[in-house]
Design a protein around this ligand. Structure first.
Ligand code: CUA
Length: 365
């Protein structure tokens, strides 16, 4: 009786875990619903491996159960020794050849995919983005377009985009499960990969190499848009102006404070010649999220300016002078937020971004 209780308890614990863990998934953050070339290739390899494993499991279990019943000890045969099969060549060959065949079934598509995903033959004619990982955010520099952005990588749908990845501090890892795989981002040797998305939308990416206090918060997004929207966005980014003048009066006051406190680390135009100190804030008004992790709203921006250390412990902004001497009032932060929300590369709303914001608000309500 006691033994059964223990089993039931273990079983209910596992079911509970399954229920909890199933809530962790997001449609745009899972390798199991591939929405891009690399993710699809990986998914097929996963599927083949699982099918082979299920086949092995069923066959082994069937033989196991059969043998238990067939050769069990029967009454009156306590001292019976069954026929020994040691040295049976046929058996030896069979159970050596079958695993080899199974491994070949897994290895052929795996190796093919590995080479395919490392293919750089189209690199020169494609969009090239230099990805820079930093504690705890991402910078994306479009090599040919000569623009840069942070946290949100825009790419056109059904186009191969090549990523050249380096870290400027510790080792990070770029993981974009719905579209492609995962790649280490090292401080000294450049790693490359390409991504190609099949559907417009906003896809979630994460850092998957422990890199410090806020490693688990080092999120980014890949915004997949139509070719037309992409061209508009690039054009808009090229035209972002370092001399931009805010429109509303509160934003103008905010801009003044921004010029005193923030501009030494954060550029407001996308020019790739801006030094990469803090995240580039060009097009900040069209961001999907604040700091990569908070739903986009004025409150979230104010909260970030006032308490960056609580939201992302250990981030670079903590050394900002206004946080050292507590010189920022909440109403100042509100004005800066007004200014930042005006910074837009395109006035046309981007479909994927609008949809993403709507979904996120619904999910959190
Ligand atoms: Cu960067 Cu973890």
């Amino acid at each position: 009786m006691k033994e059964w209780m223990g089993k039931i308890r273990t079983l209910s614990l596992f079911s509970f875990l399954v229920i909890i863990l199933s809530a962790c998934g997001k449609d745009n953050l899972t390798a199991l619903v591939p929405k891009g070339y690399g993710a699809e290739e990986s998914f097929n390899v996963i599927l083949i491996s699982i099918l082979v494993m299920i086949f092995v499991f069923i066959v082994v279990m069937a033989i196991y159960v059969y043998v238990i019943f067939k050769f069990r000890q029967r009454k009156g045969q306590e001292n019976h020794i069954p026929k020994q099969t040691e040295g049976n060549k046929t058996l030896e060959v069979v159970w050596t050849v079958i695993p080899i065949l199974l491994l070949i079934i897994i290895a052929v598509p795996t190796i093919a995919s590995t080479y395919d995903l490392a293919d750089e033959s189209e690199k020169e004619d494609s969009i090239n983005v230099n990805v820079q990982g930093m504690q705890f955010w991402w910078n994306f520099e479009y090599a040919n377009e000569e623009i840069q952005t942070s946290q949100e990588l825009y790419i056109p749908v059904n186009e191969r985009v090549y990523l050249n990845m380096l870290s400027s501090d510790v080792i990070h890892s770029f993981w974009l499960p719905s579209i492609s795989g995962k790649m280490d981002v090292n401080p000294d040797n450049e790693n490359t990969m390409y991504i190609e998305a099949y559907e417009e939308g906003v896809y979630w990416g994460k850092c998957t190499e422990f890199c410090g206090d806020s490693h688990s918060l080092m999120d980014f997004k890949v915004v997949v848009v139509s070719q037309e929207e992409y061209d508009q966005w690039v054009e808009g980014m090229k035209n972002t102006d370092p001399e931009y003048t805010a429109e509303s009066s509160t934003a103008q006051e905010g801009q003044e404070m921004f010029a005193n406190s923030c501009i030494s680390c954060h550029a407001i135009d996308a020019s790739s010649s801006n030094p990469v100190v803090g995240p580039n804030l060009a097009d900040f008004g069209n961001r999907t999220m604040v700091a990569g992790i908070k739903n986009y709203s004025k409150e979230a921006i104010v909260d970030w300016i006032m308490n960056p250390g609580e939201i992302k412990p250990g981030n670079g902004m903590l050394s900002a002078p206004y946080l050292q001497d507590n010189s920022m009032e909440e109403e100042d932060a509100e004005k800066i937020a007004d200014f930042l929300m005006e910074l837009k590369a395109t006035d046309e709303p981007v479909d994927s971004v609008e949809q993403f914001k709507k979904d996120e608000t619904e999910n959190n309500n």
